[in-house]
Design a protein around this ligand. Structure first.
Ligand SMILES: Cc1cc2nc3c(=O)[nH]c(=O)nc-3n(C[C@H](O)[C@H](O)[C@H](O)COP(=O)(O)O)c2cc1C
Length: 205
C-alpha cells in the first residue's frame, strides 16, 4: 500500500486486491501466499542512511526491518495513488531505502486516481527498472470517478472515502496481472538457480 494519508482510499483498493487474489487459482492451490505491506506501519523517516542502498550497508534499525519485509517476498502488487502526476513521496522514499531486495523481483501495478493513476504507474515502471525489478505488462487502473461509489456521501466533502466499486473487466484484468506475476516469478526463481552463461562471445564482446 503506497499511500499513508489518514482517510486514504488505498486501504479499500488493497482490500479489493486481496479479495481478488484470494480467488486466484495459484492462491487457492497454495502455490502463492498473500501478505499486505502497509507503508504507514513501516513509518520510515525520509531517507537517513549515509550509504546508498546498492552497497547494502544499512545502519538504521528501520532500514533493516524494512529490508527483511521486502526480502521475504518474491513478488509485489504496488497499490499506488497518483499525487501531482507521480507516486506518493513516501512510496518513492520506501523504494530508495533498498536495492538488492528489489532485484529480480516481479511487480504488478495497481494504480488509482482521478484519471486512473496512470502517470504514477508510468513513473513506477521507470523507478523500478533502476532497482532491477521486473514489471509485468498487465496493469490495472481504477478511477476515483468510475470505480468508486460516493452515494450517501456529501458531494462537497473532499475527505469522503467512498466505497470501492470496480467497473466491468477490472477483476479480470487484476487476475491476469496476478497470473503474469506468478509465471514471471517462477521463471526468475528458476533462472536464479541456473548458472549464468559464461564466456559467450556475444556477451563478453
Ligand atoms: C497531494 C495529492 C495530489 C493529487 N494529485 C493527483 C494527480 O496528479 N492526479 C490524479 O489523478 N489524482 C490526484 N490526486 C487525487 C488522488 O489520486 C485521490 O485523492 C486518491 O484517492 C489518493 O489516494 P489515497 O486516498 O490513497 O491517498 C491527488 C491527491 C492528493 C492528496
Amino acid at each position: 500500500m503506497g499511500s499513508t494519508r489518514p482517510g486514504r482510499r488505498g486501504g479499500a483498493v488493497a482490500g479489493w486486491a486481496v479479495q481478488v487474489a484470494s480467488r486466484h487459482p495459484a492462491v487457492r492451490a497454495g502455490v502463492a501466499e498473500i501478505e499486505v505491506i502497509d507503508l504507514a506501519e513501516q513509518a520510515l523517516p525520509l531517507l537517513d542512511e549515509p550509504v546508498p542502498a546498492m552497497f547494502g550497508d544499512y545502519r538504521q534499525p528501520h532500514t533493516r526491518r524494512w529490508s527483511a519485509v521486502v526480502a521475504a517476498c518474491d513478488a509485489f502488487v504496488f497499490v499506488t495513488p497518483e499525487y501531482n502526476h507521480s507516486i506518493p513521496a513516501g512510496l518513492k522514499n520506501a523504494i530508495d531505502y533498498l536495492y538488492a531486495e528489489w532485484n529480480d523481483k516481479v511487480v504488478g501495478l495497481l494504480s488509482y486516481g482521478v484519471q486512473g493513476g496512470n502517470r504514477a504507474a508510468d513513473h513506477l515502471r521507470l523507478i523500478l527498472a533502476e532497482v532491477r525489478a521486473a514489471v509485468v505488462p498487465t496493469q490495472v487502473s481504477l478511477s476515483v470517478f468510475t470505480d468508486f461509489d460516493f452515494s450517501g456521501s456529501d458531494p462537497g466533502d473532499p475527505t469522503a472515502p467512498g466505497r470501492i466499486a470496480p467497473g466491468d473487466g477490472r477483476e479480470e484484468s487484476l487476475s491476469t496481472m496476478l497470473t503474469e506475476i506468478v509465471t514471471w516469478s517462477d521463471a526468475l526463481r528458476a533462472g536464479a538457480r541456473t548458472p549464468a552463461v559464461e564466456g559467450s562471445p556475444e556477451l563478453v564482446g
